[in-house]
Ligand binder design. Structure first.
Ligand code: ZN
Length: 221
C-alpha cells in the first residue's frame, strides 16, 4: 500500500513524502533498558521516506531476520523548510502536524552492527520500518513540551510517555537537526521512544495514541 501524508479528517497533505529524521535515546529510561549510555549530544539517524507505511489496514514485518522491535514515538510533520539553526519560533511555524508513529527496528541485526561500530541502516530502513497513521494539525497542541504518546498491544499498555520526559525537547531537537542538514516540507521528525520497547509478532493488535487527541488501531500481518 503506497503512503501519502494525510490529516485525520482524510484530507491529503500535498507535501512530498520526505525523509524521516530520528533521534535515538531521547528518554533516559529507554536508554537504560537497552543498557545504552545517555548521550551527551543528540544521536541522529535518518530513515528514507520509502520505508513509511500507513497503519490503517495493518502492516507487515520481516519474519526471517531476527526480532523486530516496536518504538512508539511522537512524529512531527514539517510544512516548511528549515536550515541553518532556525529560531524556536521558526520551528513552531514550520510544524504542520503530529501523529503517534512506530519506529521499527531489527533489534538483533542492530545489535550486531552496534558491536562492530557500523551504521544502522540495515536495521532501521527496511520497507515498512516507519508506520504512520494520519496527522492532527499542530493547533491541537498549544504546548510542545506536554504531548503524550501511548502504545497498547493486545489490550495491554506497553509504552506510555510524554514529551515532558524528553532529554532533548521537540523544538530544540528540530533546531539542532536543521543546524546539521536542511529539513524540508514533507519531512517527518521522530522524537525518540519512551521505555517499554519490545518485540512485535504477527497477529498483534496495536493501538497507537496521542492520548486525548488521536487514536488509531492496526494489526501486524
Ligand atoms: Zn526510535
Amino acid at each position: 500500500m503506497s503512503y501519502q501524508h494525510q490529516y485525520v479528517d482524510g484530507t491529503r497533505i500535498h507535501f512530498p513524502v520526505g525523509k524521516v529524521v530520528c533521534i535515538g535515546r531521547n528518554y533516559a529510561e529507554h536508554a537504560k533498558e537497552l543498557n545504552n549510555p545517555v548521550p551527551t549530544e543528540p544521536l541522529l539517524f535518518i530513515k528514507p521516506g520509502s520505508c513509511i507505511v500507513p497503519l490503517e489496514g495493518g502492516f507487515k514485518i520481516p519474519t526471517e531476520r531476527g526480532s523486530v522491535h516496536y518504538e512508539a514515538e511522537i512524529a512531527v510533520l514539517l510544512g516548511k523548510p528549515l536550515s541553518a539553526r532556525p529560531t524556536a519560533q521558526e520551528v513552531l511555524d514550520a510544524i504542520s502536524g503530529y501523529a503517534p508513529a512506530l519506529d521499527l527496528t531489527l533489534r538483533d541485526v542492530q545489535a550486531k552492527l552496534k558491536e562492530k561500530g557500523l551504521p544502522w541502516e540495515i536495521a532501521k530502513c527496511f520497507d515498512g520500518a516507519c508506520v504512520l497513521p494520519p496527522f492532527v494539525t499542530s493547533d491541537q497542541f498549544a504546548d510542545t513540551t506536554d504531548i503524550g504518546i501511548r502504545l497498547s498491544i493486545n489490550g495491554q499498555v506497553r509504552q506510555d510517555g510524554n514529551s515532558n520526559l524528553m532529554l532533548n525537547p521537540i523544538v530544540p531537537i528540530i533546531q539542532y537537526m536543521a543546524g546539521c542538514f536542511s529539513l524540508q516540507a514533507g519531512d517527518v521528525i521522530l522524537t525518540g521512544t519512551p521505555a517499554g520497547v519490545g518485540p512485535l509478532n504477527v497477529g498483534d493488535a496495536l493501538v497507537l495514541e496521542l492520548p486525548g487527541v488521536s487514536q488509531f488501531s492496526g494489526e501486524v500481518r
